[in-house]
Design a protein around this ligand. Structure first.
Ligand SMILES: NC(=O)c1ccc[n+]([C@@H]2O[C@H](COP(=O)([O-])OP(=O)(O)OC[C@H]3O[C@@H](n4cnc5c(N)ncnc54)[C@H](OP(=O)(O)O)[C@@H]3O)[C@@H](O)[C@H]2O)c1
Length: 237
């Protein structure tokens, strides 16, 4: 039986984030999620409003969770967006806005989380990257850059605070069936499917179980790792 923790998941109102919240709830943890509207988390979770592009809003969300549940011990930086386009047509704003949400957003979240983790002498940080971060993907230079950057964050955080009973790991999902992938053209979906050794797309609960395990007592000696949940799509990267 693993210790019950206070867990905060960004973007926990839908998709992978919501599945992660449900997984932690089922294991008996105290779960809070953020959504931009402040609504829509799963039953049993505390839902608070936060936009990860805004430090003040991230700070307010943590304060609300701390008031209810005490310090956040497990943080899952899951909120993310795509704005795909080929390099020649990608405006600078398409690049910086994706990086601001996916990478700088994760920075804002872990910076705020680290205060409580240092005080509690326990911390688990899980960052949602993507197979695309290390594998690359045409039309996703902005997204791939943001997701590759998360590996640097997890590894530097591990070197900074690893001796303080804090672990920081990256989960790199492949093609998971959510709203994010549903909008991809059929031809792109077919091409992905053909290159996935497992021969199928992934499900949100397959990512969620991996995240929950990385935050458990059992995974206490794993840090700075990149764990793929991709049916073999990115093998060797
Ligand atoms: N689906 C996949 O195949 C796949 C593969 C690899 C990695 N991932 C990564 O896994 C994570 C979740 O993906 P998903 O497929 O579940 O995506 P999704 O269904 O599109 O959900 C995205 C979540 O991020 C939140 N979000 C977006 N911008 C935000 C902001 N500025 N501030 C706060 N929250 C924000 C959204 O909140 P709102 O509801 O308020 O918009 C939503 O909860 C992302 O980081 C994604 O890059 C997904």
């Amino acid at each position: 039986m693993t210790t019950q923790r206070t867990v905060l998941i960004t973007g926990g109102n839908r998709g992978i984030g919501r599945a992660i919240a449900e997984e932690f709830l089922a294991a008996g943890h105290r779960v809070a999620v953020t959504s931009r509207s402040g609504e829509g988390g799963p039953e049993g979770a505390l839902t608070v409003a936060a936009d990860v592009t805004d430090s003040a809003s991230v700070d307010a969300a943590f304060s609300a969770v701390e008031a209810e549940y005490g310090p956040v011990e497990v943080v899952v930086a899951n909120a993310g967006v795509t704005k795909d386009g080929l390099l020649l047509r990608m405006g600078e704003d398409d690049f910086t806005s994706v990086v601001d949400t996916n990478l700088t957003g994760a920075f804002r979240v872990i910076k705020r989380a680290s205060k409580g983790m240092l005080k509690s002498r326990f911390g688990r940080v899980v960052l949602l990257s993507s197979v695309v971060g290390l594998y690359g993907s045409p039309g996703q230079i902005n997204y791939a850059a943001s997701k590759a950057g998360l590996v640097g964050i997890a590894r530097s955080l591990t070197r900074e605070l690893g001796a303080r009973n804090l672990t920081a790991n990256v989960v790199a999902p492949g093609f998971i069936e959510t709203e994010m992938t549903a909008v991809l053209p059929e031809e792109t979906q077919r091409q992905y499917l053909a290159s996935i050794p497992a021969g199928r797309f992934g499900q949100v609960d397959e990512v969620a179980k991996t995240v929950r395990w990385l935050a458990s007592d059992e995974a206490g000696y794993i840090s700075g790792a990149v764990i793929p949940v991709d049916g073999g799509l990115g093998m060797g990267h």
